[in-house]
Design a protein. Structure first.
Length: 329
């Protein structure tokens, strides 16, 4: 098993968040498009049978060459035995820690080995000189307007004006998608390269309005990533993407958050009889769990008809990138 980092630089406006299940969905469409339905069915079958080729994370921000990893959602209780003065100082520090929603690489490795959150630099969370020094924005919001054209008159249709707000990243900001590859031979095969398909997702266009040029990325790098010091054996793990627990995971929640997605089917299915997916509840990045059955991966792929009653063959991937760690709970 190897860990890889796919580094991406945004070239156009982005309208869809880089979430692991959405990236999986784009991957499946590109696989079907390039190699046919049979290869897609084979790919999905491997995941449902517990033999995934790779798992991947959400798109993690990389600011000034430093990756921002999801902050574990663990709530640390304050020590009630401290003096009043110490409690005040502890409370201020604790509040500053909560305001920083990410960990640096060093802080992540400390968490994986100790199960504790240690924020080494609070200056970004607790800025005491805000009036003098204004922070540079990571993203800028744009505004675009489009109108639907009448195919008969070739003029603008009345009442069909739409607006949307793409995000544009700063020059020193990029994205990193982490991957754990379990089958290296399949992943980089010359006959069917999953590695190349993943890169095609972002170079062709990702997310909403990709046909209009949005969601295009430059592939900066795709290389092995060895900096994360993950424990080989542990009874706890943290997820770095959208997670659908499987009954085989045998998990007990330590700390988690969730997001209910009201998705829509993509590509040609977006114009089907009912293109809307059933609501799906995901446990989000930063959620932590204990398990009685430690594994190299967790999660599941939905069953037939679970996300769409009309297009029953459609599935949703809930098997994100995970990291084992030593829990103190």
């Amino acid at each position: 098993m190897k860990t890889y980092a796919l580094t991406l630089k945004l070239k156009s406006g982005l309208l869809t968040e880089l979430q692991s299940d959405t990236i999986y969905g784009h991957f499946c469409w590109r696989l079907k498009e390039q190699y046919g339905v049979s290869k897609l069915e084979e790919f999905i079958k491997l995941y449902k049978s517990g033999n995934p080729i790779f798992i991947l994370s959400d798109g993690l921000l990389k600011v000034k060459d430093k990756i921002r990893f999801p902050r574990p959602l663990i709530f640390e209780q304050l020590d009630i035995k401290l003096s009043k003065y110490e409690k005040v100082l502890n409370f201020v520090e604790h509040k500053a820690k909560k305001e920083r929603n990410y960990l640096t690489l060093e802080e992540l490795n400390f968490f994986l080995s100790n199960g504790k959150i240690q924020i080494n630099d609070l200056t970004e969370s607790l800025d005491t000189n805000k009036k003098i020094k204004k922070k540079k924005k990571i993203f800028e919001d744009g505004l675009r307007v489009s109108v639907q054209i009448d195919r008969q008159s070739f003029g603008s249709m009345q009442g069909r004006l739409f607006s949307y707000k793409p995000k544009y990243s700063a020059d020193d900001v990029s994205f990193v998608v982490l991957l754990k590859v379990f089958d290296e031979k399949r992943f980089s095969s010359d006959e069917l390269s999953y590695k190349q398909i993943l890169q095609d997702i972002f170079s062709i266009g990702y997310g909403k309005k990709k046909s209009s040029g949005f969601g295009q990325f430059e592939i900066v790098d795709f290389e092995e990533y060895k900096d994360i010091q993950e424990l080989e054996a542990s009874d706890s793990f943290i997820v770095l993407g959208n997670y659908l627990p499987s009954i085989n995971d045998k998990v007990f929640p330590i700390a988690y958050d969730y997001n209910t997605k009201y998705g829509k089917l993509g590509e040609e299915l977006s114009t089907s009889e009912n293109p809307f997916k059933n609501p799906m509840v995901f446990l989000t990045a930063g959620s932590c769990f204990k398990t009685t059955d430690p594994k190299p991966f967790y999660g599941r792929v939905t069953e037939e008809g679970e996300i769409s009653y009309i297009n029953k063959f459609s599935v949703q991937f809930g098997m994100p990138f995970t990291l084992n760690y030593k829990s103190k709970f």
